[in-house]
Design a protein around this ligand. Structure first.
Ligand code: HEC
Length: 458
């Protein structure tokens, strides 16, 4: 992922944006919860879903698809998300099964899974399909799709975020086994492609001292940082090449964004900052709620809190009361905007394929960061269920016209997203002409970066 596409990714991952949601699942026969021990693990007998879904046997025979387990490390006793992804260019419906074992003895469960709306968990009680949690101490566990999360009608691929509580200290490496069904959605076991994979992960063992090159506003990649702003930290030694990790619901700490992710933590002014995303040369984090203006120090910690912790040299950044910035789609200048309700992106199709220009007079939803204190105040990493309005006066100008107060319906934290992601619901002027129209938000004597625009067409 290039840094520029990351900018959009930030918006999507932390906004719980409708853009991220998958296609509708139509009504159709429920997929049964699969029989247990069908992940392909040899220790369980080596069977996979192919035992019944036989059309494309053997397992993994169609190399256009795959199942992937995304996890790089685990921290003993601290829950995290294990993402399971299934892909195939022709499939229309999806399923999976995941199990976690200690590498030293694969007959033993490693930690436990938590069920969610999209993930079913079964305990191995000796019956073919197992029983629902709570599982008896030490029993094997299997996470799988729910009927709803098979997402019938969705093309390309899907993923599930499985919440996992790793074992306590001293358990050593963990091995995950997963099977994936890239199904055709016909409500039978025919015509479906089955994949299996395994992944071994250990505790935090980052081996290089991290180093910071720059700390910038995540929306602009320029200086400009205020309390609660989402920032991008560029540097080296944040993860192994090719590994990336976005915080998922399973990583949340009592509902809030985690203060460490993938064995990395960030300290700003001596306080741990919530971490949203980590890859080898970039970390996205949120500045803590510190009412400071002037210089503060930033450090990245590898293996945080462990005996092998390594801290980067500190970098000094300037804090301001406000740092208004608008997210844009990818590397374009097109403001990250959606149609409220449907979540359809507002962008020209050459920027986002499923996008469309805005219409004059229409209400649109824009995203940004760095708008300072809200009412009520939310701490960094919190996810206000109903949003919270910006405290200080601000104005929104579209196409050079400052909007009337009644046309700014909302300006504040995007509900349920991280408290640094701001959302503006604004009614566009009726008088806008077709074309790319500039968007500027002003607060505290500063304005959002120049050149950002929204496409308009009657
Ligand atoms: C014991 C046989 C059996 C096994 C093993 C099995 N399935 Fe199935 N599966 C079925 C049957 C039968 C159906 C048809 C739906 C029904 O009968 O309700 C089905 C349907 C499905 C569907 C919907 C398919 C479609 O095209 O609409 C998905 C998804 C699915 N199974 C996932 C899995 C996964 C993932 C595994 C392995 C972990 C698995 N199944 C293992 C018997 C099985």
């Amino acid at each position: 992922m290039t840094p520029t596409t990351l900018r959009l990714y930030v918006v999507l991952t932390i906004a719980n944006s409708p853009l991220l949601l998958f296609g509708n699942s139509g009504s159709l026969p429920a997929a049964p919860n699969p029989v247990l021990k069908r992940t392909g693990a040899q220790v369980d007998g080596g069977l996979s879903c192919t035992a019944c879904h036989q059309s494309f046997a053997p397992t993994n025979s169609d190399n256009r698809g795959r199942v992937v387990i995304e996890s790089a490390y685990y921290k003993p006793g601290q829950k995290q998300t294990i993402r399971v992804r299934v892909e195939h260019p022709e499939a229309q419906r999806w399923g999976f099964q995941l199990t976690a074992r200690t590498a030293s003895d694969e007959t033993k469960t490693a930690g436990s899974f938590t069920p969610s709306a999209s993930v079913r968990v079964e305990c191995d009680d000796g019956s073919p399909r197992g029983s629902l949690p709570p599982c008896a101490e030490g029993t094997l566990q299997f996470a799988s799709h729910t009927a709803e999360s098979t997402r019938n009608g969705t093309s390309g691929g899907v993923w599930w975020d499985v919440e996992w509580m790793p074992p306590a200290t001293g358990a050593g490496d963990v091995v995950f086994y997963a099977s994936g069904n890239a199904a055709n959605g016909n409500g039978t076991s025919a015509g479906d492609r089955i994949y299996t994979t395994a992944l071994r992960v250990g505790g935090c063992s980052a081996a290089v001292k991290p180093s910071i090159r720059a700390v910038v506003n995540a929306a602009t990649y320029q200086p400009g940082i205020a309390l609660n702003t989402i920032v991008s930290i560029f540097g080296e030694g944040f993860a192994r090449a090719g590994q990336m990790r976005a915080a998922g619901t399973g990583d949340f700490d009592r509902g809030n964004f985690p203060k460490e992710l993938a064995c990395m933590a960030v300290e700003i002014n001596g306080q741990r900052a919530p971490v949203v995303y980590v890859q080898g040369d970039q970390i996205n984090a949120q500045v803590p709620t510190i009412p400071v203006s002037g210089p503060v120090q930033v450090r990245v910690l590898a293996n945080p809190g462990a005996p092998n912790q390594m801290a980067s040299d500190p970098v000094t950044i300037q804090m301001h009361n406000h740092a208004p910035a608008l997210f844009t789609f990818g590397s374009s200048k097109s403001v990250a905007a959606i149609v409220p309700g449907t979540g359809q992106p507002i962008a020209n199709p050459n920027v986002i394929q499923e996008g469309r220009p805005a219409r004059p007079g229409e209400i649109v939803e824009l995203y940004g960061t760095g708008f300072g204190v809200t009412e009520p105040v939310y701490q960094a990493g919190e996810r206000p269920p109903e949003g919270a309005r910006i405290r200080d006066p601000f104005t929104v100008a579209i196409g050079g016209t400052t909007l009337r107060a009644e046309d700014v319906l909302y300006g504040g934290i995007a509900p349920t997203s991280i408290s640094g992601l701001f959302q503006f619901n604004v009614r566009l002027p009726e008088s806008l002409a077709d074309g790319d129209v500039p968007v500027v938000i002003r607060i505290g004597g500063l304005e959002s970066q120049s050149g950002v625009m929204v496409p308009v067409k009657r």
